[in-house]
Design a protein around this ligand. Structure first.
Ligand SMILES: [Zn+2]
Length: 389
């Protein structure tokens, strides 16, 4: 990873307090690796006015387990046992340029790490980031279940948190106020490390980068998205997405799921409020492709180009069956009715404001526009109210 890429990596929650000039971001690297490794947590603080006096990283590390789920079954969302805590405190002489504070962790198998960071500026104002939890090392493969009558060891896997916005990993189900995105290796990626490296590249470009217009929305709202890695068992081929075995079990607890693949086939996704899709990781714009496909499988948006899936289940729809329906919706949304344009000669209509839009234009300068932007904004509002779906 080049230094330039590393700087992309450190774009997360900015929490500002006091006079409003202290900013703080934090990230871990690698995002997820299913073998023993050194993990680096980096917090970056900036205050161009008062300077930065201190940056602190608080960490809890323990064993990743499954906790008691409903009935006898263990949970699919992990819990932690044998937790220990540590902190790193970096002090500075109030420099006004960005400062980094880093903590290295040597992580073995089945580890679950939570970190939060805080900073103080030269005049005593502070800022902090919300807790993030992630898994490391070889995954859980079995659990022992004890009852008053018997004890049994079962093969068992949990979802593996990559970026999980919680400080208390004890949920037996995924949280309703987050959009939980599962990443799964296609059967054409036989090396799991290749999969996790690809996951990191796609996720950083889609959720943690403001370098391109297409990823700014997800990166601003990054704290709404939990990212999970799944086990093998998924297979994507064109518009067919199969999740079997462990992949089937884990994909059932996430909101939407993407199969990462290497072999070339046209990427495709369910047009659904939570479904499945694919992304070819060897494409130079894989993060854009993922973002476009997620427009289908997370937000129910349709394709706005000829030859795509010209239907939508989003709120509001971004595809209409007539010019009149499009114009009625545009009026209700305070969008210029003159934007209503037929998609070729398909008889389907959309609102086109002339700017590149992610459901039509495969360019890094695209964005969610017109009805798509409103649909995603409404999804964020629902999350803020406690239930994304
Ligand atoms: Zn599409």
């Amino acid at each position: 990873m080049t230094p330039a890429r590393l700087s992309l990596l450190v774009v997360l929650a900015v929490v500002v307090s006091g006079c409003g000039s202290l900013s703080l971001t934090a990230m871990h690297n690698p995002l997820y690796r299913a073998s023993a490794h050194t993990s680096t947590i980096t917090a970056r603080a900036t205050d161009t006015d008062k300077g930065v006096a201190e940056v602190r990283i608080d960490v809890t590390v323990g064993d990743l387990t499954a906790c008691g789920g409903s009935g006898l079954l263990p949970s699919l969302i992990p819990c932690r046992t044998n937790a220990t805590t540590q902190a790193r405190i970096c002090t500075f002489a109030n420099p006004k340029t960005p400062v980094d504070c880093a903590l290295n962790l040597n992580l073995g198998d089945r580890r679950l790490v939570t970190y939060s960071t805080s900073a103080r500026n030269g005049s005593g104002s502070s800022a902090s980031t919300g807790a993030v939890t992630y898994a490391a090392g070889a995954p859980l493969t079995q659990v022992t279940v004890s009852t008053p009558f018997f004890t049994i060891t079962l093969p068992w896997e949990t979802a593996r948190p990559v970026v999980w916005h919680t400080g208390s990993p004890s949920g037996s189900s995924a949280p309703a106020d987050k959009i939980d995105v599962g990443f799964f290796p296609d059967d054409d990626i036989t090396n799991y490390r290749t999969f996790t490296d690809s996951l990191q590249s796609v996720a950083l470009g889609a959720f943690f980068s403001t370098a391109n217009q297409f990823s700014k929305n997800y990166s601003v709202w990054t704290n709404v998205y939990n990212l999970w890695a799944g086990p093998t068992g998924a297979d994507g081929n064109g518009c067919t997405h199969t999740f079997s075995g462990g992949a089937g079990t884990i994909s059932a607890v996430t909101d939407g799921d993407v199969i990462l693949h290497q072999n070339a086939f046209r990427d495709c996704a369910d047009i659904a409020l939570g479904g499945g899709g694919t992304t070819q990781t060897t494409l130079s714009d894989a993060s854009w492709v993922f973002t476009h496909e997620s427009g289908h499988f997370l937000h129910g948006l349709g394709d706005e180009y000829v030859g795509g899936g010209n239907s939508s289940v989003s709120d509001p729809p971004n595809i209409y069956n007539s010019q009149a329906a499009c114009q009625t919706s545009a009026t209700a949304l305070s969008i210029n009715t003159a934007f209503c344009t037929q998609i070729g000669t398909t008889g389907k209509w959309r609102m086109d404001d002339g700017n590149p839009t992610t459901m039509e234009d495969r360019v890094l300068t695209s964005d969610w526009r017109t009805a798509s932007a409103i649909a995603i904004g409404r999804r964020m509002s629902k999350c803020a109210s406690g239930a994304c779906y």
